[in-house]
Design a protein around this ligand. Structure first.
Ligand code: NIG
Ligand code: FE
Length: 408
């Protein structure tokens, strides 16, 4: 993770949807004399950022909770009183698929305008058969409506719905609904590539999480977990046991949890924006996790409750200043390792021949400027699969001519 492979004076040759070549500018000009050029002098080009953890399908914002936390009410207390995830669920259930589609698509365009070209989106504010399927169908429609690469994750186990919580056997009944009724449809209609569970004291126990994810793995879904976000409760250990593709959050991971992840190649996806926004002192022990040899990814966790930011470079700022990662580590975490967390490491996240033409151009002369100008939108353009997905660039008509087979 220490080497981001930074080069100066190189050109990237794009043909169609892929990177055809990368190397010194003179070589590219010699080999591709007819290529249309985009001058990137005094700019930094990076692989399009890979945001491997978002909850972008939701309705209204939850700004009231921020002041409640400032006044001393904790995230879990807000949830217990029917706020938090429950209030997003009540809201989402009132909205149509068309309305959620329009909202989600506009959020994806905003995320892309900060540099992201691959974005994972979770369901999880539906928590009923009908509303989870509605959320996943929204994600499928968004995937068709934007050049940004979208990956769908089913997070039906984001909370126990309030009506199930109030019944004596409600928890078990909800797990049964997830496994026996919702999962088979998610599988049959290929609505998600991954399954995720919020494994946390007060939400899903380790045992409940294991049974939901075992069933999901048997149905062919990849496995992700919200693990050890607020309290250490064996989430990372369970991620290792299940050979999950990623264990996410980990702000409260134990030493045993780190050792367990180091044995499986599971990606540790750290979400420092969430801890910042919740006003918590603790951040994930990124240095210990990296030093144990665990691949670390960074992501926004974009959601209405704990991380309402679309600014991935700001998360990289937090990676450096809060998690004490180097700039190179934060770039690898936001590209190569984010792709690995989505099983896309062979396709995207790197500037290399054969990789998808997923690029971001930043107004910066040195990659260290990207986390440095914190909060500023330095991204000038993004392309996914050779197609522009940054609204400003579309307006400027600075497009690849890939569809005609030319190189740019
Ligand atoms: O990743 N931890 C669980 N899920 C989200 C927050 C959900 C919410 O508060 O709406 C997270 O932080
Ligand atoms: Fe999350």
């Amino acid at each position: 993770m220490r080497d981001a492979g930074v080069q100066a004076g190189w050109a990237i040759v794009v043909q169609g949807e892929k990177i055809a070549a990368i190397g010194p500018e003179e070589d590219a000009r010699r080999k591709y004399p007819a290529a249309r050029e985009i001058d990137c002098t005094y700019n930094v080009i990076t692989p399009g950022l890979v945001d491997s953890h978002t909850h972008a399908v939701f309705g209204r914002a939850r700004y009231a909770e921020q002041e409640m936390r400032a006044a001393g009410v904790s995230y879990m207390e807000i949830a217990r009183s029917g706020g938090g995830i429950h209030s997003s669920v009540a809201d989402l259930r009132t909205r149509s698929e068309d309305e959620l589609f329009a909202l989600t698509l506009s959020r994806i365009e905003k995320l892309a305008s900060y540099g992201s070209t691959t974005i994972e989106i979770k369901s999880g504010y539906g928590l009923s058969l009908e509303d989870e399927l509605k959320s996943l169908r929204v994600i499928a429609r968004v995937a068709h409506a934007t050049p940004v690469r979208i990956v769908a994750t089913w997070l039906g186990a984001h909370e126990i719905p309030l009506d199930y919580r109030s019944r004596p056997r409600g928890r078990a009944e909800y797990v049964k609904l997830l496994v026996e009724e919702i999962l088979p449809i998610v599988h049959k209609e290929r609505l998600a590539q991954f399954a995720d569970v919020f494994c946390e004291p007060g939400v899903f126990t380790v045992e409940e999480t294991r049974s939901i994810l075992d069933a999901s793995a048997r149905a062919g879904l990849g496995i992700k977990l919200h693990a050890d976000e607020l309290e250490p409760a064996g989430g990372a250990e369970l991620a290792a046991e299940l050979k999950a593709i990623s264990a996410d959050h980990l702000a409260a991971i134990s030493k045993n949890g780190i050792a367990a992840l180091a044995t499986t190649g599971t990606v540790a996806t750290l979400l420092p924006g969430t801890m910042l926004f919740l006003g918590r002192d603790r951040q994930a022990p990124a240095r210990a996790i990296i030093d144990a040899g665990v691949p670390v990814a960074l992501a926004t966790d974009f959601n209405p409750g704990t991380s309402p930011t679309v600014n991935f470079p700001l998360i990289m700022t937090l990676g450096v200043s809060q998690l004490r990662m180097s700039v190179a580590e934060s770039f690898v975490a936001a590209t190569v390792n984010g792709a690995a967390a989505l099983d896309l490491a062979e396709t995207t996240g790197q500037l290399a021949p054969g990789y998808s033409a997923d690029l971001a151009i930043f107004e910066a002369e040195d990659i260290r400027e990207i986390p440095y100008w914190y909060g500023d939108r330095r991204c000038k353009a993004t392309w996914a699969r050779g197609k522009p997905c940054h609204a400003l660039e579309r307006a400027n008509k600075l497009q690849f001519t890939a569809s005609r087979g030319d190189a740019t």
